[in-house]
Design a protein around this ligand. Structure first.
Ligand SMILES: Nc1ncnc2c1ncn2[C@@H]1O[C@H](COP(=O)(O)OP(=O)(O)O)[C@@H](O)[C@H]1O
Ligand SMILES: [Mg+2]
Length: 279
């Protein structure tokens, strides 16, 4: 899978990412290479802290990388500015996050319709599309309810309907079953699998849930920011912090200034209404 350049939807080469908290580096990805072909139902699995969310956030143009190349749908997303990334996300990617990220004051239907309106569709058309997708995920009768009037599993179905409503080529789901009981989690995964089969939408899902791993069309094993053949294989630690965290050579003053800038950006990001981590 993934060797055919034409059908490759995600192409990551030698990806490095390191977070900084003050002067403390937290390496997240070390030279990661990954190709995902169109139509795959791929699951990235690994322990907490192995880099799953970082990987999905970079693919989803929510975060940038320190070095390497990131092509999604043939486009170099690291080279895009913030507006281009926003447009790219809106047109091409559906997100299903573990905390659902639904707008609390909107009904289920309005939550789904909202992305269509952001894409420029009329309110009427957006509501029709929302109805369609809520029916597809079997909660068409609950469209008038707000998120706090729905169970965790139902909220996650709203999130899946919202992700599909924008007609994306790629859906990124970060630990979608993490807050669900195992039966509800299994039903959600079965639903996503079915949608992948019926519509050919590519799924990249992060999880350490055994049921999700079992459903994977392809299982990608992540350990310490690298893809491994088996979790028994311990990846080589980065040769030095400066190789995995390229800015560790900077003088302290500059690192502190970068840190303050990063904090400001992340506060700005939160104010804009998401829990998106930016670098
Ligand atoms: N905003 C952040 N600030 C500092 N370190 C972070 C941040 N986000 C992630 N990390 C670190 O990066 C590594 C990978 O994290 P993450 O991608 O969230 O892993 P996973 O999703 O597999 O649990 C961890 O060591 C984590 O502590
Ligand atoms: Mg995570």
């Amino acid at each position: 899978m993934g060797n055919n350049q034409d059908s490759s939807i995600i192409d990551l080469r030698n990806l490095h990412k390191c977070y900084w908290v003050g002067t403390m580096p937290f390496p997240a990805l070390h030279g990661l290479n990954l190709e995902i072909a169109a139509g795959e139902f791929a699951v990235v699995a690994g322990r907490s802290g192995s880099g799953k969310s970082t990987l999905l956030n970079i693919v989803g143009a929510l975060e940038s990388a320190d070095s390497g190349s990131v092509e999604v749908l043939g486009q170099d997303i690291l080279g895009m500015n913030s507006d281009q990334r926003t447009q790219f996300r809106l047109r091409n990617i559906g997100f299903v996050f573990q905390a659902y990220n639904l707008v609390r004051v909107f009904t289920a239907r309005e939550n789904v319709a909202y992305v269509c309106q952001l894409q420029g569709k009329s309110r009427k058309e957006s509501m029709e599309i929302a109805n369609h997708w809520l029916h597809e995920v079997e909660i068409g009768h609950l469209g008038y309810r707000r998120p706090d009037q729905l169970s965790g599993g139902q909220q996650q179905r709203v999130a899946v309907a919202r992700a599909l409503a924008s007609n994306p080529k790629l859906i990124l789901a970060d630990e979608p079953t993490a807050n669900l009981d195992s039966t509800t989690g299994r039903r959600l995964i079965r639903l996503m699998h079915e949608l992948n089969h019926r519509f050919g939408t590519t799924f990249l899902i992060s999880s350490h849930d055994p049921d999700v791993k079992q459903a994977a069309g392809r299982l990608i094993k992540l350990a310490d920011g690298q893809i491994v053949d088996s979790w028994d294989e311990v990846p080589e630690p980065p040769q030095s912090l400066s190789s995995s965290c390229p800015s560790s050579h900077l003088p302290l003053g500059e690192r502190v200034r970068n840190y303050i800038k990063l904090k400001r950006q992340s506060r700005g990001g939160k104010r804009r209404g998401g829990n998106q981590r930016r670098s």
